[in-house]
Design a protein around this ligand. Structure first.
Ligand code: OOG
Ligand code: MG
Length: 256
């Protein structure tokens, strides 16, 4: 099994929005560690194309999402500059079967590292929290995968957009924020911040520990998407999403 060759194949499918068969169909013995190495090699190709790493994302941090995707543990992925939308408009032309989920993004401005990191270390390092929408678009047919498959495909990362306003990490109890998503004016999902590992701060703690196994750290200036607060919602051209974060702000996303 040539991890570099697999990374090249995944990169091609990610860049062109093409679906593919699961990697584990060809390599049933693929381990999670090897899958993270494939993810690293894939994103290395973005970096070589002047699309730098700007942060990390956690996925499958809620029980509901673990059950619906049939994967029982949190995973992480890498965010690069080209994934960030500069305005709340999503073009689906080069996407396969995009879904959108409400999230929070922590802006970290002090290095976070090690295996013993605590919530208070995250609060000391977090300069702000943004409201965010993540667009996931698994490269696998029918959005179906095993744990190593989804890890190799960079945790389905595709695009994300942040709200304009930044919030103080300290003032808001992030676990108690109620989020309601409307699609074309109808309520499709709702949930609370505590869906993310009981409190979104735990997601950043967990990420720090997971990447520490490979001697990686969250660098100053990086963003962390903490994981979906509700189930992801499928979108297609013509859809309009309105996501209300009670007491804070609301985000819109126009799908074209
Ligand atoms: C994996 C990515 C999940 C989240 O926030 O839970 C994710 C997937 O469901 O395709 O981004
Ligand atoms: Mg997500």
């Amino acid at each position: 099994m040539d991890l570099k060759e697999i990374a090249e194949k995944i990169d091609l499918h990610q860049q062109n929005g093409m679906k593919m068969g699961k990697i584990t169909n060809d390599y049933p013995e693929l381990t999670v560690e090897e899958a993270y190495e494939i993810q690293r090699l894939t994103i290395q190709k973005n970096i070589e194309r002047n699309d730098p790493l700007i942060g990390w994302k956690m996925g499958l941090t809620s029980k509901a999402k673990q059950i619906s995707m049939n994967v029982e543990e949190p995973i992480y992925g890498r965010l690069t500059e080209s994934m960030e939308l500069n305005e709340p408009v999503l073009h689906v032309k080069n996407l396969i079967h995009p879904k959108v989920e409400p999230e929070f993004a922590f802006f970290i401005n002090k290095e976070l590292k090690g295996s013993n990191v605590k919530p208070r270390d995250v609060w000391a390092a977090a300069e702000g929290v943004y409201l965010a929408l993540e667009v996931i678009d698994s490269r696998y047919e029918n959005f179906k995968f095993t744990l190593p498959d989804v890890v190799a495909d960079n945790a389905s990362s595709t695009k994300f957009v942040l709200g304009t306003q930044v919030f103080s990490p300290a003032y808001t109890p992030w676990d108690k924020v109620k989020v309601t998503m409307l699609k074309n004016g109808e309520k499709v999902q709702s949930g609370y911040g505590n869906a993310v590992l009981n409190h979104p701060v735990h997601s950043v703690v967990e990420l720090t520990k997971m990447i520490n196994r490979d001697n990686l750290t969250i660098k100053p200036g990086m963003l962390v998407l903490v994981g979906g607060i509700t189930e992801a919602v499928s979108v297609r051209a013509g859809d309009m999403l309105n996501v209300d974060y009670e007491g804070l702000d609301s985000l819109d996303l126009e799908v074209k």
